[in-house]
Design a protein around this ligand. Structure first.
Ligand SMILES: Cc1cc2nc3c(=O)[nH]c(=O)nc-3n(C[C@H](O)[C@H](O)[C@H](O)COP(=O)(O)OP(=O)(O)OC[C@H]3O[C@@H](n4cnc5c(N)ncnc54)[C@H](O)[C@@H]3O)c2cc1C
Length: 456
């Protein structure tokens, strides 16, 4: 029995069981799958990659639909309170998007509307509360997505589909191969562990003039006994004044002087594609918040009266699947600043930032605060088109953090600005594939380059 017929049987049984109940409520007992008007480009996932992709496809004149499972576009920034926007790429469109949303510091209340404004102005239709349940397939070719919505299932068909779900949900549903987690490192065997999840949160009531950054900049700040903030945090962890996995408390400035965004909770050994792990991580992460706030009140200058002013809708997931593409990025490509003849993202830059999958703070080996002392900084690097093209599935491109690369390389290109740069490339390529009615893998990378970077 294939996955479609099994599901249909289960659906039939379930519908039979509830028929009497729904008839009493006035619903039709039989629900059919609604067919949405077909489009040229269907973008699944409304994070920075999906937004940039949909914008480019719509601006290229292709009929474009962006579907997002939650009620706001913006991805991790709006759902998980992630920010500021980090990383760099050479892209006029990315610069334009950042300018349009008001800069790199995220305005959590309104950033989604700014993104939506750009998309709708370009003619892209947005469907919120539409969860991609599975891809629609014609053999090895993705031809659309089945959406789970409050009005029932909707089939949305397109010439080209872009998987910007972060988790590669569409690609994996279509049978694409993928990698997950870390391989062997300097002090560990290959264990497939992922970067930890985090409940970001905001505190208000901060006296800005007294804070570390107002005094000497956080990095240059020292307490009267000579300790740095990181040392104070580690000592508190050793005294069990912080949860066992919390050994770094990052306080980011926000748009308001009296407010900080706190990146500190840490849930290790969980997988963002497993619903039981997500449930455990949500609960554990939220439970870590109060002790961290107590620690801040007691230790961080200016935080004596700080209180929690905002919790995210969902937990932040840093890393899940990396879809195997016809090409792949290795960490040495980033250290060397490797150039590719078919590069569709240029001058990407952000350190290899691995939050420790198996303990407090940052990972050993290559990370932004590497205890083994390896320099995590990269040379501005390029991303070849093949990283966006799944090896074995047609009709599909992937964009954002789920493209093809190693665990370490992904720890750099996962940040929002680089994800956007990847989205730009995916959107341009998908529009071109739809226009020429060819497979995304057959689009001439030189043509994509011309459209993104202009003539060299
Ligand atoms: C705790 C944490 C802190 C971080 N800090 C920073 C930081 O300070 N600066 C920075 O630049 N980056 C930071 N990052 C990284 C960054 O936020 C993400 O890697 C980036 O958002 C990836 O972009 P994306 O578009 O690939 O995926 P996402 O932002 O995850 O967007 C994917 C979108 O797809 C939607 N989606 C998923 N599955 C489905 C489905 N089945 N159907 C429909 N929609 C679906 C999601 O709801 C989401 O909107 C952080 C990440 C985390 C978790």
């Amino acid at each position: 029995m294939n996955r479609f017929s099994r599901r249909d049987t289960i659906k039939g049984l379930a519908l039979g069981a509830v028929a009497g109940f729904s008839a009493r409520l006035g619903f039709a007992a039989e629900r059919t799958t609604e067919q949405w008007p077909a489009v040229d480009v269907l973008v699944c996932g409304g994070g920075p990659a999906g937004i940039a992709a949909a914008l480019m496809a719509a601006r290229a004149g292709r009929k474009t639909l962006l579907v997002e499972r939650y009620g706001r576009v913006g991805g991790m920034a709006v759902q998980a309170m992630v920010g500021p926007l980090m990383g760099r790429v050479r892209s006029a469109v990315v610069d334009e998007i950042i300018q349009h949303i008001g800069g790199r510091r995220v305005d959590y209340e309104f950033i989604d509307l700014k993104y939506a404004e750009l998309l709708q102005k370009a003619g892209c239709e947005i469907l919120l509360h539409a969860w991609v349940a599975e891809p629609l397939l014609d053999g090895q070719r993705v031809v659309g997505a089945r959406l789970l919505t409050k009005q029932g299932m909707i089939d949305a068909r397109a010439r080209v589909i872009i998987d910007a779900t972060g988790d590669g949900d569409v690609a994996v549903g279509a049978g694409a191969t993928f990698d997950q987690g870390r391989g062997a490192g300097p002090t560990w065997a290959a264990d497939g562990l992922l970067q930890p999840m985090t409940i970001m949160f905001r505190v208000a009531g901060v006296k800005h003039a007294e804070t570390m950054e107002a005094q000497r900049g956080r990095k240059g700040f020292r307490f009267p006994d000579g300790r740095t903030w990181n040392q104070v945090t580690k000592d508190a962890n050793a005294r069990s004044e912080l949860p066992p996995t919390v050994g770094m408390v990052r306080t980011y400035t926000s748009l308001r002087d009296d407010e900080r965004v706190i990146n500190a909770t840490q849930i290790n050994r969980v997988d963002g594609t497993k619903v039981r792990d997500l449930t455990q991580a949500e609960l554990e992460g939220r439970r870590q918040v109060q002790p961290i706030v107590e620690f801040l009140r007691k230790n961080a200058p200016g935080f004596q009266n700080a209180y929690v002013s905002g919790m995210p809708a969902v937990i932040g997931v840093r890393e899940t699947r990396r879809i195997r593409g016809v090409e792949s990025l290795a960490v040495d490509d980033l250290f060397a600043g490797r150039k590719w003849p078919n590069a569709v993202v240029r001058d990407a830059s952000f350190p290899i930032d691995i939050h420790n999958p198996d303990g407090i703070g940052q990972a050993q080996g290559v990370s932004s605060q590497d205890p083994l002392g390896k320099d995590p900084s990269v040379k501005p690097y390029e991303i070849p088109y093949g990283c966006l093209v799944p090896r074995s599935v047609n009709g599909l491109l992937v964009a954002g953090r789920c493209i093809s690369g190693s665990h370490e390389a992904m720890a750099s290109y996962r940040v929002q600005v680089i994800a956007m740069g990847i989205g730009v490339a995916a959107g341009v390529a998908a529009a071109e594939a739809a226009r020429q009615n060819i497979e995304p893998r057959d689009v001439d990378a030189g043509k994509i380059q011309g459209m993104i970077f202009g003539k060299a």
